[in-house]
Design a protein. Structure first.
Length: 406
């Protein structure tokens, strides 16, 4: 049996271009709860959002039209009676293409019998859906021209008509004049470029609804989609923004999901202090939901669970701080000992050096004294020898004199 897929509203009606842009930027094939083309589910999700009093209920379906549930045309007939107009944009070819599997390099999707599955464009079904509801069909084409054709030939006139109706009742908000072209151009950019590489023939039914609704609900749904896609930091940012404008039951739900987002975000935090800070935000979310009357028992369970983890981490942090302080004190003590040893060694070396200088001075003095003493002895010897010589000559002279006298 083929997988029929499901649908959910990612962005409710909004005139906020930034919100819409964020929704488109976060699109990828992984956020769909259940893959496969189910036109009935998409049409039904759209119809539930339309205001019954709206004069123009416009739905743009961008799909291959291969309705695996085979109920798209029947659903189109049902909403046609509620003045919903569907414009269809076909993606793909009649011959079909193989569907690459993201988890297998170079592999393709197969059915239970092992046969390779092909995704084919069903133009007849898309044309029928458009015709039944008074809309129109165009093929997307490689440059996204099909969407522009629908806008220029069909939707632009509806926009002018809607503008004239408003002129007779209330002042016209000028920004609405640019909303539909902006939406379509952004959609083309996504189809042709995309924030992430688009996997060929992975079927993703895109549903864009044009109207005005609660900004807080828009932000909340965007946060929910980001959460399902594992983008917890971005999800928490959207929940924070939606919380500023929300009230009542929606506020309770936002606070609960804000707690969930921060908890999941904490799982990827590597630094202990960062993890503790994020878990405190998670706890604040759950606590806020409880304080304003969210009686869902899961909220209290999550609060208790996160509180337990937070207490353990804070105890771990205190133990770590104590251990770090002990290490720091030990390092200081060791450093002081090392410094004292160096100082003692320097003193000892200085004393040795001073002693060596003193000994050297004594030795030099002794040598000098010895040299002086030796010199004095040598001088004395020379003097003594000189005296002996003079005495000998005097004796010899006296002897010669005595001899002559005789």
């Amino acid at each position: 049996m083929k997988q029929t897929g499901t649908s959910f509203v990612m962005t409710p009606f909004t005139a906020d271009y930034t919100i819409f842009e964020q929704s488109v930027a976060s699109l990828n094939t992984e956020i769909i709860p259940k893959g496969g083309t189910n036109l009935k589910s998409a049409i039904n999700s759209a119809e539930e959002l339309f205001n019954k009093e709206s004069s123009n209920k416009i739905l743009i379906l961008i799909t291959d039209g291969e309705d695996l549930a085979n109920k798209g045309i029947a659903e189109a007939k049902k909403v046609a009676g509620k003045d919903v107009q569907i414009f269809t944009v076909g993606v793909g070819t009649k011959d079909g293409e193989l569907i690459p599997t993201p988890n297998l390099s170079g592999g393709y999707l197969k059915d239970r019998n092992g046969n390779v599955v092909k995704s084919r464009l069903d133009e007849e079904a898309l044309k029928n859906i458009a015709q039944i509801t008074g809309g129109d069909y165009r093929h997307l084409s490689s440059n996204g021209n099909g969407i522009l054709q629908i806008y220029k030939e069909k939707l632009q006139e509806l926009e002018k008509s809607s503008e004239q109706e408003q002129r007779s009742r209330i002042p016209i908000d000028i920004y609405r004049l640019f909303l539909l072209p902006a939406v379509l151009l952004l959609l083309i950019e996504f189809v042709l470029i995309g924030r992430k590489p688009i996997k060929k023939r992975r079927i993703l039914g895109l549903l864009f609804l044009i109207n005005i609704s609660s900004i807080s609900e828009t932000l909340y749904n965007l946060g929910s989609a980001l959460y399902k896609n594992g983008q917890f930091e971005e999800a928490s940012e959207q929940f924070d923004l939606s919380l500023k404008k929300a009230s009542g039951d929606l506020q309770k739900q936002i606070l609960y999901n804000l707690g969930n987002s921060y908890y999941r975000l904490s799982e990827s935090a590597k630094d202990l202090n960062d993890k503790i800070d994020i878990l405190k935000k998670s706890l604040n979310g759950y606590n806020g939901a409880i304080e304003i009357g969210n009686k869902d028992p899961q909220v209290q369970k999550n609060y208790d669970f996160v509180k337990k983890i937070l207490d353990e981490l804070e105890k771990q942090k205190k133990d770590q701080q104590k251990e770090d302080q002990q290490k720091e004190d030990q390092q200081k003590e060791d450093q002081q000992k090392e410094d004292q040893q160096k100082e003692d060694q320097q003193k000892e070396d200085q004393q040795k050096e001073d002693q060596q200088k003193e000994d050297q001075q004594k030795e030099d003095q002794q040598k000098e004294d010895q040299q002086k003493e030796d010199q004095q002895k040598e001088d004395q010897q020379k003097e003594d020898q000189q005296i002996s010589k003079e005495d000998a000559e005097d004796v010899q002279f006296q002897y010669l004199q005595n001899s002559n006298d005789k």
